[in-house]
Design a protein around this ligand. Structure first.
Ligand code: NAD
Length: 261
C-alpha cells in the first residue's frame, strides 16, 4: 500500500488495552454483555451491580473484577470512587422502566425512575469525573457513556412517561458534561437502544396481561421484524469507550434497528 494511505485510512483496530472501565448494572443484560465485550477488547473491567449473585458468574473471568454497587446509594458511590484507581471509561448503564402514562405515575414511582435513571448518573459522574480528567490529561482521552433510550431521543412511546422523561434528561446531562470537558478530552456520549431482548424485557413481557401478545407488540414496533439482541449494542459500546471514537462527544447514538426513521 502506498505511503500516503497511512494518513487517510481512519479506524484503527478497536482496542481497550490499558484502560480501566467501570460499568454499572453489569450483572446481566446490556451491562453484562458490555462487561464481557470490553474485557475481550483488552480493558480491565470493574463490573458493578446491586446483585452480588449475578456478579458471581465473573469469578475467574480474565479482565473482570467485580464490586457490589447500588447506584441509588450516594455514599456507596463516593466510597467506591475513593477506593478505585482513576478510570479511563465509565459506562452508566443502570436504569428502570416504569410502565404507564402520566395518569399512572404517582410520586413514589416518579421518584424511583428519577433516582435510578438520572440522579444515579449525576452522582456517578460527580464522583468519577476528577479521576477521568486526570486520565484524559495523562493519556489524551477518557470517555463516559450514559444509557439513554430510543424512547426519548427522537420519539415518544406510549406508557413510557417516567422512562421517556428521565432518559431524555440523560441526554441533557450527557451534552452538558461533554460541553464542560471537551477541551480536556474527556468525552461523554449517550447510547439509545431500541427494544433489546434482556431479562428486564422478558420480565415486562411476563408481567403483561397477555404475554404472547405483549411480545408480538414489542417486535411489531421494530421495523426489522425482530428484537435487538445485546450483541447489536456491544460493538458500539466498545467503540464509544475506545480511542477510535476520540472525535465523538455529546452525541445521542441510536442503535434502534430503524425504529425512529
Ligand atoms: P436488565 O434487567 O437485563 O439488567 C439490569 C441490571 O441492573 C440487573 O443486573 C440488576 O441487578 C441491575 N440493577 C438494578 N437496580 C440496580 C441498582 N439500584 N444499582 C445497580 N444495579 C442495579 O436490564 P437491561 O434491559 O439490560 O437494561 C439496562 C439499561 O439499558 C437500562 O438503563 C435500560 O433502561 C436500558 N435500555 C434497555 C432497553 C431494553 O429494551 N432492554 C432499551 C433501551 C435502554
Amino acid at each position: 500500500m502506498a505511503d500516503w494511505c497511512g494518513d487517510v485510512i481512519m479506524g484503527n483496530e478497536v482496542t481497550l488495552k490499558n484502560k480501566t472501565i467501570l460499568i454499572t448494572a453489569a450483572g446481566q443484560g446490556i451491562g453484562g454483555a458490555s462487561a464481557l465485550a470490553c474485557a475481550k477488547a483488552g480493558a480491565l473491567v470493574i463490573a458493578t451491580d446491586i446483585n452480588a449473585d449475578l456478579l458471581a458468574k465473573y469469578d475467574g473471568v480474565a479482565g473482570i473484577k467485580t464490586r457490589v454497587l447500588d447506584v441509588t446509594d450516594g455514599d456507596a458511590i463516593a466510597a467506591l470512587a475513593a477506593d478505585l484507581p482513576d478510570l479511563d471509561g465509565l459506562f452508566n448503564c443502570a436504569g428502570v422502566v416504569h410502565h404507564g402514562s402520566i395518569l399512572d405515575l404517582d410520586d413514589a414511582a416518579w421518584e424511583i425512575s428519577l433516582n435510578l435513571n438520572i440522579t444515579s448518573m449525576v452522582r456517578m459522574c460527580r464522583a468519577f469525573v476528577p479521576g477521568l480528567l486526570r486520565r484524559s490529561q495523562s493519556e489524551g482521552t477518557a470517555s463516559i457513556l450514559n444509557m439513554s433510550s430510543m424512547a426519548s431521543s427522537e420519539k415518544g412511546f406510549i406508557n413510557r412517561t417516567a422512562y421517556g422523561a428521565t432518559k431524555a434528561a440523560v441526554i441533557g446531562l450527557t451534552k452538558a458534561i461533554a460541553a464542560d470537558f471537551v477541551a480536556q478530552n474527556l468525552r461523554c456520549n449517550a447510547l439509545c437502544p431500541g427494544t433489546v431482548d434482556t431479562p428486564a424485557l422478558q420480565g415486562r413481557i411476563a408481567e403483561a396481561p397477555d404475554p404472547v401478545q405483549a411480545e408480538k407488540d414489542f417486535i411489531a414496533r421494530q421495523p426489522m421484524g425482530r428484537l435487538s439482541v445485546v450483541g447489536d449494542l456491544t460493538p458500539t459500546v466498545v467503540h464509544l469507550l475506545s480511542d477510535n471514537s476520540s472525535f465523538m462527544t455529546g452525541q445521542a447514538v441510536l442503535v434502534d434497528g430503524g425504529c425512529t426513521i
